[in-house]
Design a protein around this ligand. Structure first.
Ligand code: 2P0
Length: 324
């Protein structure tokens, strides 16, 4: 029997998106990406390896998963067992402190917390870069959730060099996000399937990796200059370039819903009235507004005219993975 270990990891939102894989098994991306880790949304995961178990027991938010539903977690635990020379199955208990279907990737916080808890419970003492590479095998965006603040996932070439590095862990200027929850239903096209379909079929995809790499360089300079407007402009344009690849896929698809456009228009109107705010979106219809804490009350007041107050979630930058 090993000790039960609990780890906490926070979600992150990409300002420069990861979109497309070079290697689907190792999860090596086609482009580097950059994200902001968020304070209020996180996953707590406890792992214990127990010799008496006959299979992995995975509980998420109090629900025991079937073998089929838990397949991604089983496969990930196999990696950890292999590395640690363990054969025992694990008890995994994971709680998401991410509002239901907030469109804030719980796979990022989920696999980052699982990597930290499972590796330590298995007796591995991994460094943060090693943890980041391990989390990557569960979900690409989890690579970045090992660190706090602004985080860069350097795409690398293989399992040993595709990892996140902290770009700015302690942020010393005023930046935060407002997540607008538009649609609580499960996504029509999962991000994993969506990006694979785009890579395989969109004639526009070839333009994505080079333009994202250019955006990343510009984003890092904008962060160093603490230039919220430039950060927002770059993030917005990068997100829309990503979404343009879905419409050009075969068959075409989109993560946009009518309310998505309403939210975007509100952000644009606020900006036309002198408020610094910008939007980004992941593989789902929800819109995240990049803004300052100072201007958040004015933005919330405007958004509340269209969306229920409890669908507007303010998120400040958050920390990296911790053991609790
Ligand atoms: C990102 N997304 O950079 C991008 C932007 C969604 C849009 O990372 O297949 O769940 O597990 O590696 O990490 C979501 O994709 O995909 C994602 P897998 P993941 O945040």
């Amino acid at each position: 029997m090993t000790k039960a270990i609990t780890a906490r990891a926070h979600t992150n939102i990409a300002l420069i998106k990861y979109w497309g894989k070079l290697d689907a098994d190792l999860i090596i991306p086609q482009n580097s990406s950059l994200s902001l880790t968020l304070a209020p949304f996180y996953t707590d995961t406890t792992v214990q390896f127990l010799p008496e178990l006959t299979h992995d027991q995975i509980k998420i938010d109090g629900q025991l998963l079937s073998t089929a539903a838990g397949q991604r977690v089983h496969t990930f635990l196999d990696l950890v067992r292999q590395r640690a020379g363990l054969t025992a199955f694990a008890q995994v208990d994971s709680t998401n402190h991410v509002p239901t279907a907030a469109g804030l990737a719980s796979s990022a916080s989920g696999f980052a917390a699982l990597a930290a808890a499972a590796s330590k419970a298995a007796g591995l003492e991994l460094s943060l870069p090693e943890l980041s590479r391990l989390a990557r095998r569960g979900s690409g965006s989890a690579t970045r959730s090992i660190y706090g603040g602004f985080v860069e996932w350097q795409k690398g070439h293989d399992d040993l060099d595709s990892q996140a590095v902290p770009f700015q862990e302690k942020i010393d200027f005023d930046i935060q996000m407002i997540a607008i929850l538009l649609d609580p239903r499960p996504k029509k096209v999962a991000s994993r399937a969506g990006m694979a379909q785009v890579v395989a079929t969109s004639p526009y995809y070839a333009a994505w990796p080079p333009t994202a790499e250019q955006d990343l360089i510009a984003m890092k300079a904008a962060i160093l200059k603490k230039d919220l407007n430039l950060i927002g402009q770059l993030a917005e344009a990068n997100a829309m370039k990503m979404h343009a690849t879905t419409l050009s896929a075969n068959p075409p698809f989109t993560y946009f819903e009518p309310e998505t456009l309403t939210a975007i228009e509100l952000v644009q109107n606020l900006r036309n009235n002198g408020v610094s705010c910008y939007y980004t979106m992941d593989a789902g219809p929800n819109v995240k507004v990049i803004c300052s804490a100072k201007e958040t009350p004015a933005i919330l007041a405007r958004l509340q005219q269209h969306f229920p107050a409890d669908h507007l979630l303010v998120a400040k930058p958050g920390p990296g993975v911790t053991y609790i």
